[in-house]
Write a protein that binds this ligand. Structure first.
Ligand SMILES: [Ca+2]
Ligand SMILES: [Ca+2]
Ligand SMILES: [Ca+2]
Ligand SMILES: [Ca+2]
Length: 310
């Protein structure tokens, strides 16, 4: 991560005392780092009281990384999570008012979710477009070993976050016991972001991502080969009727996810012949809300957002 845009990779590390440390690389050797200095705002060290968790890169849905530009003004910014022993909100963003070569920060704002300040103990955020809608979201570890997802329901240049939800694995909220720290990375090279996590005991976990779990591609439906068509949405009855256009003989899995990525329905349809197939998902037991119906083929996959009304 190149903090000062000089072409040399630097380190930005938070510490227990609440400071954000800049280890500037002065040459291309792995040990060629200057002694750390505290990143400052308004001429004073940034101090989030304890357990600073800085985030200054943005991970796109395809895994590519750039520097974090929170408000998309071309200047790289800094987000910092915190522990909050005193009740201070635990996620703040410092907007860069200087340059990318010499960042300057005047002040910060506390980031809200569902209109409220965020209070998550030892929040350590990563900024990532997890749902692939082109807008930056937040995933974060915390003191309790959860991995939390804050979906951006605003703009990419002016994010507004929905209420935090846990990320799920195998149908259960992820809980790695204590002190989750996270990093999105396509560890298995299948083109879908996975989540690497560590805990206070020194264990390292990988949570493989499910392909295309949360893609909303309603707008691009006409431009792409489509495996799936929702016959009705929003739906309010007891069933969702799904029409599958199978271009070639292949194994197909039909799933439905809730908005946090939790699998609420999964059916292995087996080897299907080419043609149009109709499938029905019983939704009489699920709550109103936004869901995603996903079709996973061997050669392609796609998903559709569906709104369930009651
Ligand atoms: Ca640098
Ligand atoms: Ca900016
Ligand atoms: Ca997003
Ligand atoms: Ca992957």
């Amino acid at each position: 991560m190149d903090w000062n845009n000089d072409g040399l990779e630097d380190f930005i590390l938070g510490d227990m005392d609440g400071y954000v440390n800049f280890f500037q690389r002065y040459d291309d050797g792995i040990y060629d780092l200057q002694a750390p200095v505290h990143i400052q705002a308004m001429g004073e060290d940034i101090d989030v009281e304890s357990m600073a968790g800085p985030a200054c890169v943005l991970t796109a849905f395809d895994g590519t990384r750039t520097r974090l530009d929170w408000n998309e003004d071309g200047l790289w910014d800094l987000a910092v999570g915190a522990e909050s022993l005193t009740g201070t909100p635990t996620l703040r963003v410092y907007l860069n008012t200087g340059t990318n070569e010499n960042p300057e920060f005047e002040s910060y704002s506390f980031i809200k979710a569902a209109g409220e300040d965020i209070h998550v103990s030892r929040l350590n955020p990563h900024i990532v477009d997890l749902d692939g809608d082109g807008k930056k979201d937040i995933i974060a570890g915390n003191h309790y070993g959860d991995i939390l997802f804050f979906r951006n329901i605003g703009l990419n240049s002016n994010p507004v976050f929905a209420e935090q939800v846990p990320l799920y694995s195998n149908g259960q909220p992820i809980d790695i016991n204590t002190g989750s720290k996270i990093w999105p990375e396509d560890m298995n090279g299948d083109g879908t972001l996975d989540i690497l996590a560590s805990d206070y005991d020194g264990l390292i976990y990988v949570f493989p991502g499910l392909p295309q779990t949360l893609i909303e591609d309603n707008e691009t439906e006409g431009n792409q080969p489509s495996l799936i068509r929702m016959l009705s949405s929003p739906v309010s009855g007891g069933n969702i009727e799904v029409s599958l256009s199978i271009p070639s003989r292949q194994n197909i899995i039909l799933r439905m996810f809730d908005s946090s990525g939790r699998v609420i329905y999964s059916s292995d349809l087996g080897l299907l012949e080419p043609g149009v197939q109709s499938q029905v998902i019983n939704i009489s037991e699920i709550a109103p809300g936004v869901y995603f119906v996903s079709v996973q083929g061997e050669l392609a996959s796609c998903s559709r957002k569906v709104t369930v009304l009651r």
